[in-house]
Ligand binder design. Structure first.
Ligand code: AKB
Length: 330
């Protein structure tokens, strides 16, 4: 017989598959809250623990379990894993590309030391661990159009360096200790939640500014092409990849993407959905970062191995963002 719990099918011969208990670190960053909502829909409210060092809003707190977790405190993390019987760890804590350049020592602590803690934790307790990587893990020596899964990686930001470090460490723990490490390299992820110090954030800020003020000053040149993805696709990719049986995987780190566009192309598409607005361009230090990153991301290995396929195209993304940002602002 087949039966359903939280819209998930569990199969036959009385072997009831228990949903995993999931801990999300860096839960109040761009992806955490949405990710918790998504996974709670799949595995049950009580099975997804959101964590951060920040005091949550009432809304987040009422949404489901929320706890304090400092990724730099190894013992504290051990306590959480033991007390809550955690099976899977989703490690979102990180300083992004632009903000990392402004505080390198902090980025080293959070992105590198934090990674050391969670990977050792995952090894000790046999957890499946997901760590996001990024297009920022490539640099000016990498092929940019397209950027394949395996190629030169010489990033020039501390964020990129920390992500290459995480990818390599995870792969190493997989080969050496059999750790179930899984990593997706995301493009710029577009969500209505406010951006947090990234280089691709213009594609979020533009919606907020245009809807609020009717104008946007872009910090990248109009023809700067970068790979992007709506958060809906990003969370589906994460969840499908986390569930993929090990036998399907040929590697532990996969590129994923949905589309590539420039600020000018995005603004052109927005015109259809919004009253007239003004866009001006004033490139700053983030231009140099963007110029060293992939323009078109090759995710054919993810498509081949675990059937990754994006669903939200540029028109859908614009429609969704206009609706979601308007709701947020209202
Ligand atoms: C950033 O711009 O730093 C991030 C990323 C692409 O990883 N959004």
């Amino acid at each position: 017989s087949v039966f359903t719990i939280n819209s998930r099918k569990y199969s036959s011969n009385l072997q009831i598959k228990k949903p995993p208990k999931i801990l999300i670190t860096g839960g109040l960053g761009q992806l955490g809250v949405e990710c918790a909502k998504y996974l709670r829909g799949k595995y049950g409210r009580e099975n997804v623990l959101l964590s951060d060092i920040i005091k949550p809003t009432t809304e987040v707190f009422n949404d489901g379990p929320y706890i304090f977790a400092d990724i730099l405190d190894f013992k504290g993390l051990q306590k959480i894993v033991v007390n809550h019987r955690v099976d899977w760890l989703i490690h979102f804590s990180a300083l992004l590309s632009a903000i990392g350049e402004q505080n390198v020592p902090l980025a080293v602590r959070v992105n590198i030391e934090g990674m050391h803690n969670v990977i050792e934790l995952a090894k000790q307790y046999g957890l499946r661990i997901f760590v996001p990587s990024t297009i920022g893990a490539f640099g000016p020596d990498s092929p940019r159009n397209p950027t394949p899964n395996i190629t030169v990686q010489r990033p020039r930001t501390i964020y990129g360096v920390s992500k290459v470090h995480a990818e390599l460490l995870g792969e190493y723990y997989y080969y050496k200790f059999g750790l179930d490490f899984r990593c997706l390299r995301f493009p710029g992820v577009i969500s209505s939640d406010p951006p947090g110090g990234g280089t691709t954030d213009y594609a979020i800020a533009i919606f907020h500014d245009v809807i609020r003020k009717g104008r946007y000053e872009c910090y990248l040149k109009p023809d700067t092409m970068l790979p992007m993805m709506h958060v809906r696709d990003a969370l589906r990719a994460l969840s499908e990849y986390l569930e993929a049986p090990n036998e399907m995987l040929q590697r532990r780190v996969y590129n994923v993407t949905s589309m590539s566009f420039t600020p000018e192309e995005l603004a052109d598409r927005m015109v259809k959905h919004l009253p007239e607005f003004q866009i001006t361009y004033k490139p700053d230090s983030r231009q140099e970062i963007a110029d060293s990153w992939p323009q078109v991301f090759d995710d054919s290995e993810a498509r081949r191995d675990w059937n990754w396929k994006p669903q939200v195209d540029l028109d859908d993304l614009v429609k969704l963002m206009v609706k979601e940002v308007k709701e947020k602002i209202a």
